[in-house]
Design a protein around this ligand. Structure first.
Ligand code: ATP
Length: 516
């Protein structure tokens, strides 16, 4: 675990050092859980968004996009349930003055007990070697059984308190299980209070009676309220989907894990409208399709898993998360939810406008059911960085840090490097740059030894470098160096554009999803 934490720290500093992610307002000591993307980060982020957008709108004839505003009529958030129920239970430690999510403190306590069990198992596995039977050990070892019983008891009480919205019992659990503040080490806790995660602001001047509006906490509602607009103007027939990418804002209580949990972040959401009764089939289809999208990136299939929800939101009849193995454990990157007709019915009720679809095949009108896929761009970014970051020891004992990014997502596709800074080699290299800059993102670099320049490109995940040497002036060939294998290949300059374009094309990723 300590090793994994170490990897995470290295990843965060790598993001900063190489222009991927900076803390917001850094010269003013930062702003909690808000981040800026740097020169390489923005390219990677744009490529992730394009990969998602193209996979939705190009691969599915019946999925179209929109871009709705961040500000929306405040009643929308009444209808969606966010004003009344988009809350987290918070608790403060009176000594450290630090604020925590009460549910997270309890979940961490459960994780600690699980850790204890895992340590017992590890110890025993070492002691017994090949003869070790984990199942039997779990069923018979007294320390494991004791801790498992504690977990079960805590879990049951915690689930009941959450379900009943019993804030007093959430606090009592924290006291009974002697959970201490990680900063002060004390148990001097305040009461638990509900805290709404929406940011509010005012629209219009106060003299006119300003209206309280919210920064949207999700992009989905912009899609629901435009359902009829898109359906009618696009003559869309059910089933069809509406996709949207945009900023969302949540006043998260605890925001510690870098860009995993931010107060301003970006979502890529798609709402798929279907006939009532067909939603669970579509849920299964989208669940499968979304995992394919992730796996096509080839970061390692074992790094993904589904986590089906046992406790469903009141409006959902099926829900699952796609989790990725981050350096701090398996975590949700995307949610797929079957939301029934909750949202459209609710907007119909609150707006007083009929939101029905007339189905010509069934010759009847109904409120469509919705299957949603919802993924955070920033979490996806983090999973890709974590899955690509490698430290390698090379022959001869040298080390290198390399980001093995999928070529189609890499910020820079090709680095063009003259072997030396004289004798016409820079001019030749710049000539290549001038031709290829129309195809993909190229970078020219003439500073330092070629070895050092390769390392710089490895660190930002550039999949291909070409060196222009003295022979290039005569034979019009250059040497391509491959990032992952470090192998080199001599190719004619005239063919370079086609060779690299083919390797870095988003088409390859999209085909992989469609074929698999
Ligand atoms: P969590 O349980 O981690 O708070 P959630 O279940 O509230 O997440 P959803 O409301 O389902 O998340 O949002 C869909 C997606 O948006 C998530 O899977 C995640 O990728 C992203 N997301 C949600 N909250 C944040 C945040 N604060 N920072 C970055 N991404 C987020």
């Amino acid at each position: 675990m300590a090793q994994q934490e170490d990897v995470f720290k290295k990843l965060v500093s790598h993001c900063k050092e190489y222009g991927f992610v900076f803390p917001s307002s850094e010269i003013y000591d930062g702003l909690g859980a808000v981040y800026d993307y740097g020169q390489n980060g923005v390219e990677l982020k744009n490529n992730i968004k394009k990969y998602w957008w193209d996979s939705m709108t190009l691969l599915n004839e019946n999925v179209v996009g929109i871009d709705s505003a961040i500000f929306m009529h405040p009643t929308i958030w009444k209808a969606s349930g966010h004003v009344d129920a988009f809350n987290d239970p918070l608790i403060d430690n009176k000594d450290s003055k630090k604020r925590y999510r009460a549910d997270v403190l309890i979940e961490e306590q459960i994780a600690k007990l699980e850790d204890k069990i895992n340590k017992e198992i590890e110890k025993a596995a070492k002691r017994f070697g090949d003869a070790f039977d984990e199942k039997q050990f779990r069923e018979t070892n007294s320390r494991v059984l004791e801790n498992q019983a504690k977990i079960n008891e805590l879990h049951a009480r915690f689930a009941k308190a959450l379900n009943d919205n019993d804030l007093a019992d959430l606090r009592q659990i924290i006291l009974d299980y002697e959970i201490v503040c990680p900063v002060s080490g004390t148990r001097n806790w305040t009461d638990v209070r509900q805290f709404n995660l929406m940011f509010a602001t005012e629209m219009g001047s106060t003299a006119d009676g300003a209206m309280k509006v919210y920064l949207r906490p999700e992009t989905a509602q912009g899609i629901f309220v435009n359902f009829l607009n898109v359906q009618k103007s696009g003559r869309m027939k059910i089933p069809f989907g509406i996709a949207q990418i945009g900023k969302a804002f949540r006043n998260e209580i605890v925001a510690r894990q870098f860009i995993f949990r931010m107060r301003e972040f970006e979502q890529m959401e798609m709402q798929f409208f279907v006939r009532p009764g067909e939603e669970l089939d579509w849920f299964a289809k989208w669940k499968e399709m979304r995992l394919k999208w992730h796996k096509a990136l080839e970061l390692g299939d074992a790094k993904y898993r589904y986590h089906d929800h046992e406790k469903l939101a009141h409006y959902a009849n099926a829900a699952t998360d796609i989790e990725f193995e981050m350096p701090f454990g398996f975590k949700e990157v995307e949610g797929i939810h079957s939301r029934t007709d909750f949202d459209l019915s609710s907007h119909e009720k609150f707006s007083g406008k009929k939101i029905h679809y007339f189905d010509p095949e069934q010759n009847q009108s109904y409120i469509p059911y919705v299957v949603e896929t919802s993924i955070g761009v920033d979490r996806m970014f983090l999973s890709i960085m974590a899955g690509s970051y490698c430290e390698e020891t090379l022959e001869g004992g040298d080390t290198r840090v390399v980001l093995k990014l999928p070529a189609a997502l890499a910020p820079v596709k090709l680095a063009i490097l003259p072997l030396v800074k004289k004798d016409g080699l820079p001019e030749k290299a710049l000539e290549i740059m001038e031709t290829l800059k129309f195809n993909f993102n190229c970078r020219y670099d003439e500073k330092d030894t070629v070895g050092k320049r390769y390392r710089r490109q490895d660190a930002i995940g550039t999949p291909y470098c070409v060196t222009v040497d003295y022979d290039s002036l005569n034979d019009n060939c250059v040497t391509i160096r491959y990032r992952d294998t470090m192998e080199q290949e001599r190719v004619p300059i005239a063919e370079l554009g086609n060779i690299i374009s083919d390797k870095v094309s988003m088409k390859n990723l999209l085909k992989k999803i469609a074929e698999s």
